[in-house]
Design a protein around this ligand. Structure first.
Ligand SMILES: [Zn+2]
Ligand SMILES: [Zn+2]
Length: 368
């Protein structure tokens, strides 16, 4: 039994190319599988017919070899696969070569049907839709020294997590999950569009399963089939040495989980708790050191507190108040790259506020 392409398109053997095109468009529109009441089988058949009749050369070949040509092809009841096998396995079978059937044409034909095979079942892309969970931003307080030297922290984050009952699948534990019949489990269907270059196939998310490729028999009672629930997740955070106030850390995939999709990202905005002794200026650390008039005038060796502990600092004689001294490489490690900032010490000369009579007399005698 041969398929009658003319009959399928509702045209006659004498119809013009334009008439065939018009008939095809009308029918393709009518039976498009994405439309309500569409029919994929019928649509496939219409396409198949048009692939041949819409091409002058192929139409001629079909007119000439019609019976045997289609007899080995889709009309054999095997669909497109059958035709492909046929064309690959028996390129010169069915007496084509002896009748002058050009092999080049044949390849062309195979290409056309190969393309159609792709349209109706050979999709290669993975079926998952790209639903993505929300990104989250969380503020994180860290101590001054944790920001300088880095730290490991664990936070307990409240957010949408994968449902613990069904582990995010949305299916009641123990219930059956089968492949979506509409898309065959691929999650995507192919749509054929007519362009001036011919029929172009584009992939879209399967409307039946929303791209999951699966049909759930019984929805998880805990999450009503959504696969997500409110919960908390303990997240370990490595705070890098040298991070500064207001900087953010990105933890990929630690945001909220989407219903059967991928998780968003988590952004941690760092807040450094103020420190009584140290101030930060970029990667430099600033502090003050108080010295007496005597130390300022005569010079001395003092100990300065740094993040590395006590460090000796020589105060030269005649040091003025508010003089800054630089302790190299005692600051904050550079977040990117080697080395550290410096520690800057501002010396404050303390002027005594209460002197007894004898002290006052001595200072007067100094005459300075
Ligand atoms: Zn669940
Ligand atoms: Zn589907």
């Amino acid at each position: 039994m041969a398929k009658d392409y003319y009959n399928i398109l509702g045209v006659s053997k004498t119809s013009s190319g334009e008439e065939i095109k018009k008939a095809f468009r009308k029918l393709a529109h009518e039976h498009h599988p994405d439309k309500q009441g569409g029919n994929a089988e019928k649509f496939k058949e219409i396409n198949e017919a048009y692939q041949t009749l819409g091409n002058e050369q192929k139409r001629q070949q079909y007119d000439q070899f019609g019976q045997s040509f289609s007899g080995g092809g889709p009309a054999g009841g095997q669909g497109f696969g059958g035709f492909q096998d046929f064309s690959r396995g028996n390129p010169f079978g069915q007496g084509f070569s002896s009748q002058g059937f050009n092999f080049g044409d044949f390849e062309d034909l195979e290409y056309v049907f190969g393309g159609l095979g792709d349209l109706f079942g050979g999709g290669r892309k993975s079926g998952k839709k790209s639903a993505r969970g929300r990104d989250l931003e969380v503020e994180l307080d860290v101590d001054f020294s944790e920001a300088v030297f880095g730290a490991e922290k664990v936070i307990d984050l409240q957010k949408d997590i994968n449902c613990p009952e069904c582990r995010g699948s949305g299916a009641e534990p123990g219930s059956k999950v089968s492949n979506c019949l509409h898309c065959g489990g691929r999650g995507r269907v192919q749509r054929v569009q007519q362009t001036i270059f011919g029929n172009m196939a584009t992939e879209t998310i399967c409307p039946e399963c929303q791209g999951e490729g699966k049909k759930i028999e019984k929805k998880c009672r805990h999450c009503h089939g959504e696969g997500i629930s409110k919960g908390s997740e303990k997240i370990k955070i490595n705070i890098p040495a040298g991070i500064n106030d207001e900087q953010s850390l990105k933890l990929s995939g630690k945001g909220e989980v989407a219903s059967k999709g991928t998780a968003g990202d988590l952004y941690l905005k760092i807040h450094i708790r103020p420190n009584k002794k140290f101030n930060r200026a970029g990667d430099d650390i600033r502090s003050e050191a108080h010295i007496s008039i005597r130390q300022a005038a005569l010079g001395d060796k003092i100990e300065v507190e740094t993040v590395d502990g006590l460090v000796a600092l020589r105060i030269p004689e005649g040091t003025q108040s508010h003089t800054q001294f630089r302790l190299r490489e005692k600051g904050v490690p550079h977040l990117r790259g080697r080395g550290r900032g410096d520690h800057l010490v501002e010396v404050i000369v303390d002027i005594p506020k209460h002197l007894d009579r004898q002290q006052k007399k001595l200072i007067e005698d100094l005459n300075i």
